[in-house]
Design a protein around this ligand. Structure first.
Ligand code: GAL
Length: 367
């Protein structure tokens, strides 16, 4: 059975009503809807239905037929104000809209309570599927319980729960990267330099670590595995400082500035868990009169356009591609598999996209 235009239109009406409320109150939403379908919306919003659970079941039964034909997708992003997640969000939007879905993006504003409300609203609106970038990895249990209760096929992205947490719901998939790989690659970028990161030749690599949000597995693994790559290669390391920069450029700049003032030439390597913080650190490095690849090394992760330019110009030692396009494509593919009725067994719910090392030699391939 194909989902009738009327059902889609009614659901869209409810979506747009909530959209308007949400926009008025918080401005945290971005919706796409084709103008010609708006005119068909004459009935009472289905979101008011008392029995939301029954409705969710009905929707779940219909979703296979809505694939690529105007199905409604709710996307929750942990916060819009994040450089990498903005690239990712744009990729998702282009792919989903290109396939004819009606997509609503919500800005969680780095507030898990706010995101929980957004998820509940999407469920009440009867979306066909959800794509969720959780605010807190620690909220995974609650998020999974909520979408399972409603029977909504869900793809989690960017912040990976444990296999055990995901195992309770077979219409749930995680699409992301294995952050250990990116950490290891950062370490390898340093090992690939002429002096393996030991600029002053004292037999040790002295580094500062500018960490993302430490609650996030990406931050934990990149911090651990970048250094592990060095020690696995037999290098001795000295950690001069480790501070959280919450993925944020300004914080990266501040931390690097303070560390450069405190440790000066002792710093040989600046590890940043992402590029936005590395760009901030670069500003501090240049302001301190230091020169990347001559008297200090600097690496990030993501391959943001700004970082690619700096790698090309020799102002960053390297970065690691965090493949937003590949992950967005993977997330949509997984979502369509779920919509098509596929279920995922416990232990087989994580789909990984590879990271790629970016150096001056291959940077042109990524631009
Ligand atoms: C990471 C990315 C960071 C930040 C973070 C948000 O994968 O490298 O830049 O976007 O996700 O969770």
């Amino acid at each position: 059975m194909r989902l009738s235009k009327k059902v889609v239109a009614v659901a869209m009406a409810s979506m747009m009503m909530v959209s308007m409320t949400a926009c008025g109150n918080t401005g945290s939403e971005q919706t796409s809807a084709t103008p010609d379908t708006k005119t068909e919306t004459t009935e009472t919003p289905a979101a008011d239905t008392a029995d939301a659970e029954q409705k969710a079941e009905a929707d779940a039964a219909d979703v296979a037929e809505t694939t690529g034909e105007g199905g409604m997708i709710g996307v929750c992003i942990y916060k819009f104000d994040d450089a990498f997640m903005t690239t990712y969000r744009n990729a998702l939007q282009e792919i989903l809209e290109g396939k004819g879905y009606t997509v609503t993006f919500m800005d969680g504003k780095n507030d898990q309570a706010e995101q929980n409300n957004q998820i509940n609203n999407f469920i009440a609106q009867g979306v066909d599927a959800l794509i969720i970038n959780p605010v807190m990895t620690s909220a995974a249990d609650q998020i999974i319980a909520t979408v399972k209760d409603a029977g909504i096929p869900t793809v989690l992205i960017n912040r990976e729960p444990t296999a055990e947490q995901m195992g309770v719901y077979d219409k749930l998939v995680y699409v992301g990267c294995d952050a250990r790989q990116s950490g290891t690659m950062q370490g390898e970028l340093i090992l690939d330099t002429p002096n393996k990161g030991d600029i002053n030749g004292d037999g040790k690599i002295s580094y500062i670590m500018i960490q993302g949000d430490p609650e996030n597995i990406d931050a934990q693994y990149r911090t651990e595995f970048s250094v592990k790559a060095l020690t696995d290669a037999g290098m001795e390391v000295v950690e001069l400082d480790l501070q959280r920069g919450d993925w944020d450029r300004n914080k990266g700049q501040e931390i690097a500035q303070n560390d450069l003032a405190q440790f000066g030439d002792e710093i040989e390597v600046v590890f940043c868990n992402n590029d936005d913080m590395a760009i901030g650190a670069l500003q501090a490095i240049q302001a301190a009169g230091r020169t990347v690849n001559e008297d200090i090394y600097l690496v990030g992760v993501d391959a943001l356009d700004a970082a690619l330019n700096e790698v090309e110009a020799g102002n960053m030692t390297g970065t690691v591609l965090n493949d937003a396009q590949g992950q967005a494509e993977g997330a949509v593919q997984a979502m369509e598999d779920l919509l098509g009725g596929k279920t995922f067994a416990a232990g087989e719910q994580s789909i990984y996209v590879d990271y790629v090392k970016v150096t001056p030699e291959n940077v042109a391939d990524f631009k």
